[in-house]
Design a protein around this ligand. Structure first.
Ligand SMILES: C[S@@+](CC[C@H](N)C(=O)[O-])C[C@H]1O[C@@H](n2cnc3c(N)ncnc32)[C@H](O)[C@@H]1O
Length: 221
């Protein structure tokens, strides 16, 4: 299969168009903007207000954008982050080396983006003193952790592209994997998704969405 196509989003940052699913990895209204809005502001900053040691599970490592911005925030906010990124279909080196995130986000730590990608799958390492990552090559359908994470970045492709990743079994697995008071955020605000989250025990909040989306969802255990 040919490589995923590179696209430019409205804030100047890249995303990829998935060949397999026919959808983009981020909002076309701005990939970096979406990451800050949905995962950093609604989840990481929210938790960082009450604790400095934070365990995060990301569903869908993809381009590594969420992980990279989280790493930069860990340094900026003096947090200790333990990050588990799950991915079933890693992108190629040819794809991740084209992404413009380190040009778009000014930082003296830009080299860490490649360092994170170059860490092998099923390996773990401290990419920085304040950011430890485990890259797990597996399907989210097999997640079986209990009371382990403070935050889940639920960044699967949308329900119309991958309906099997938004069902009750997956929501139950994520609920179980979170610590009490742990939270999950997603760009998705579909009614049926929120009802499924509630049915497995989550308290569900609607928040204003990033550009191009009226709402997003935060779910708390
Ligand atoms: C919306 S993209 C994630 C974007 C990513 N968070 C980023 O910052 O670039 C969805 C990701 O989920 C991955 N994925 C799809 N099905 C999966 C599955 N069953 N288990 C784990 N990952 C899966 C895709 O390969 C893709 O990388």
């Amino acid at each position: 299969m040919p490589d995923n196509q590179l696209l430019l989003t409205e804030d100047g940052s890249h995303t990829l168009l998935s060949n397999e699913h026919g959808v983009s990895y981020h909002s076309k209204h701005g990939a970096i903007t979406e990451t800050y809005h949905v995962f950093i502001d609604a989840a990481l900053r929210f938790k960082a207000a009450v604790q400095k040691d934070i365990h995060i599970l990301e569903i869908g490592f993809g381009t590594g954008l969420n992980a990279y911005i989280t790493l930069l925030e860990a340094i900026k906010r003096n947090l200790n982050i333990n990050y588990t990124a799950v991915e079933a279909y890693p992108i190629s080196e040819a794809s991740y080396t084209q992404l413009n995130y380190t040009d778009q986000i000014e930082s003296e730590h830009g080299a860490l983006f490649l360092k994170m990608h170059q860490l092998g799958w099923d390996q773990e390492a401290a990419i920085h003193d304040q950011f430890y990552i485990h890259k797990a090559l597996k399907k989210i359908e097999t997640i079986d952790e209990k009371d382990k994470f403070d935050i889940i970045y639920f960044d699967a492709f949308a329900p119309n592209a991958q309906p099997e990743l938004w069902n009750e079994d997956i929501m139950r697995r994520m609920y179980k994997a979170l610590k009490p008071s742990g939270l999950l955020t997603t760009y998705c605000a579909k009614g049926v998704v929120k009802r499924t989250m509630k049915s497995v025990g989550f308290m569900v909040e609607r928040l204003p969405g990033p550009p191009g989306k009226r709402e997003m969802t935060r779910a708390i255990k």
